[in-house]
Design a protein around this ligand. Sequence first.
Ligand code: PBG
Length: 327
Amino acid sequence: MDFIHRPRRLRRSDAVRRMCRETRVSPDALIYPIFIDEALTGVRPIESLPGQNHYGLDSVCQAVEECLAHGVGRCILFGLPREKDACGSSAWAQRGVIQEAIRIIKVKYPDFYVITDVCLCEYTSHGHCGLLDGQEVDNDKTLELLAKTALSHAAAGADMVAPSDMMDGRVAAIRAALDGAGLQNIPIMAYSAKYASAFYGPFRAAAGSAPAFGDRRGYQMDPHNRREALRECELDIREGADILMVKPALSYLDVIRECRDRFDLPLCAYSVSGEYAMIKAAARAGLVDEHRVMCESALSVFRAGADMLITYYAKELADAIRRGDIG
Ligand code: PBG
């Protein structure tokens, strides 16, 4: 009897399919963005991000408890300060909104992992990510302010700092400031390949951080470029970054894959506000199945090579993983 071996696919039971999954995801790889508004009491829904909230300092623990209830143990904090000025001084204020939020969280939930976004755009009156010299951001003068901001976050108890400003040399400046203060163990997650993207729209409405004039193309990356992302990552690695990030996620899966193949540092992807808002809007219009599109989108980012994901869907994804819909 002849044995004819035909190439074939595994087409078996759910048990086999789940055993043979090539991509594994875990709630441990999910990071949830939390917006804290210094001027707010209680919780207020964010209009541009349906399903997301602004939390007052009195409600920070509620935000944490909501994460923990879904098995999400990590967050990244964004602050809306009461006062803004030309240099963004409330970003590094001893009693600034983020510094206070960290202290409040750490008293009650010391094990909840707190990453802070380090940038000036939410704190400057003009909405740019650094100090202005005329209409241009002054890269080098901004470095000192970013370092002060990162240091103040870490001193307040942040577990990790994540500079998102895209100034050249910021990782080195922040590393030196942290080391100088005896905070050698605070890692830096660098927004290394951050593109000048239209997908940040809903975030800027939520954080009040849209630039008052011009745009961020002077310091964020051109979406045409892939090799430039690799150069940015290389620089950040040399300066002491502990984790690299690609942002946005869905339109930059090729960049994620390239960074994964090229570098051996842990790699984070940020599925940004516009990605979330698009799924929400399409689902609300009855055009797509929100749960399935959410799962498939997240999966694509991990399949592309990300080790962790910042996402507004973190809580729902953790539930999906627990149910076995992905994972
Ligand atoms: C701050 C910052 C931005 C985002 C994260 N950190 C906005 C920007 O660069 O304008 C965007 C996140 C999102 O869209 O979800 N610089």
